[in-house]
Design a protein around this ligand. Structure first.
Ligand code: MN
Ligand code: MN
Length: 463
């Protein structure tokens, strides 16, 4: 089997054209951001702080008051979705340039009645979020992030397991000595969803005739340290995420191993791309950070919600133009900024190498997503590809074209179809990852930088 491609559009490494120092600087900042922001809420908070520091003003979609001046606006939606806007000189009716990325990532959510005791352990029942390979999430250190209310009705933001001084949580796996039946199962069935209960306690805390003293002990600690009772979990939103920090990979430090590259690598580079803009824009520039992509983009904070419509209506109100959100969308262009699959040297057989992405070869331009005959795809037109590839060339951005895997093997979707449904001219473009959806995913620093360059150029110059 060939391990590299001979010729073709995709063979050039981005490392030969990018500035190594700037790439390392961007990578270091990215790694510090995703070390802290491990949930959609935390990423939106982090983005909000960065936007405000760069002069963006908080704006409300429903407020009757006129929007603050300066033209740099930040709209947030229920803490899980943000829209950043730089108002352009041209009328909104002529459309905007938008980069949209999702900031949720696969993880292990806590059920609403989580705590039980078994075999000398206190455990939380969980329900995984997104398309994970369940066997990858056992035996690793997990941190607990999210929202819960204390007995006084105060909202607490939990973040337990990220500091060295804090405990972590853990999902056990059967030892190989007794794992023969498991080993003979299909990998997708080797670890079941209900076998993802996480260990949260071990020390009995109850009186002698207590049938579940460890449960009692955990509840006592929760009451003492956080002032919460068991009922609090019913109204909580708690997520187990890998308790690991982003790390450089390889002797030459060219890759980043981290949780949540999908899709915070695009969320981060899109955010930086709008914050770092220098000139007053001709066309209005928008960056959307959105939730719930990993479970279908449904819900009031996902790309299928109409929050973007509300934002555009608010902008129209402010400029006083005689137009509608639908008309504005129809004249707009967007990059659906999401990750793709890089060719994995250990699994070359699922890729068709002349149309597969290579990590480190620049941003991946993807005409269509979907699976097995382009089913449920957003399929960009030649005109859109011509325009955007031209822009990338003109801006010195390393790029490659790819689709995800061999035709009949599988595929995936992005938010692109929910943008193009609105009439926005849309193209998928983002970095290739290895180990996508694993607790630790791999991304190339060169691709991180290429995405930043691409999103920056697109916001500034598209159309
Ligand atoms: Mn994604
Ligand atoms: Mn994903």
């Amino acid at each position: 089997m060939a391990t590299s491609q001979e010729g073709g559009l995709n063979k050039k490494s981005a490392w030969s054209t990018i500035n190594r120092n700037e790439t390392e600087r961007l990578a270091a900042d990215y790694m510090s951001v995703i070390a802290e922001a491990k949930t959609e809420r935390e990423f939106v908070e982090s983005a909000t702080r960065a936007a405000e520091a760069a002069g963006f003003k908080r704006a409300d979609v429903l407020s009757p008051k006129p929007l603050a001046g300066g033209g740099k606006l930040l709209f947030t939606n229920r803490g899980k979705n943000a829209v950043l806007v730089r108002m352009g000189k041209r009328p909104l009716d002529q459309g905007f340039n938008m980069v949209a990325a999702h900031v949720d990532a696969p993880r292990i959510d806590v059920k609403q009645n989580p705590l039980f005791e078994s075999t000398g352990l206190g455990l939380f029942q969980t329900h995984y979020y997104g398309g994970i390979k369940k066997y990858q999430w056992v035996t690793i250190p997990l941190a607990l992030h999210g929202i819960i209310y204390d007995k006084g009705g105060k909202q607490l933001q939990l973040r337990i397991g990220e500091e060295d001084s804090e405990p972590v949580f853990n999902i056990s796996d059967i030892l190989p000595h007794l794992g023969q039946a498991q080993a003979e199962k299909k990998m997708s069935e080797g670890v079941s969803g209900e076998a993802l209960d996480a260990i949260v306690g071990h020390v009995p805390g109850g009186v002698s005739d207590d049938k579940t003293p460890i449960r009692t002990g955990v509840l006592k600690i929760l009451a003492d340290q956080l002032n919460i009772d068991e009922e609090a979990f019913a109204a909580s939103e708690l997520e187990f995420v890998p308790a690991m920090k982003p790390r450089d990979v390889g002797f030459d430090r060219g890759l980043i191993l981290a949780y949540g590259h999908d899709d915070r690598i695009c969320g981060y580079t899109a955010l930086r791309a709008i914050l770092d803009q220098k000139n007053n824009p001709e066309r209005t520039q928008i960056v959307v950070l959105v939730d719930k992509e990993e479970i279908g983009s449904d819900g009031d904070t996902g790309m299928q919600s109409e929050f973007l419509e509300l934002v555009i209506e608010r902008l129209i109100e402010t400029t006083g133009e005689k137009t509608t959100a639908r008309r504005v969308f129809w004249n707009s262009v967007a990059l659906s900024a999401d990750v793709g699959a890089g060719m994995d040297p250990n699994y070359l057989d699922v890729f068709e190498p002349t149309n597969a992405a290579t990590v480190g070869n620049g941003i991946v331009v993807t005409k269509f997503t979907g699976s097995r005959g382009k089913y449920s795809a957003h399929d960009a037109s030649a005109e859109t590809l011509h325009k955007i590839i031209g822009l990338l060339d003109e801006s010195g951005v390393p790029w490659q074209v790819a689709e995800m895997g061999k035709v009949d093997v599988g595929g995936g979707g992005t938010i692109a179809k929910f943008l193009s449904k609105r009439g926005i001219e849309t193209l998928d473009a983002g970095p290739a990852l290895l180990s996508m959806h694993a607790p630790q995913e791999l991304a190339s620093k060169a691709d991180l930088y290429a995405c930043y360059l691409a999103y920056h150029a697109f916001l500034e110059k598209a159309r």
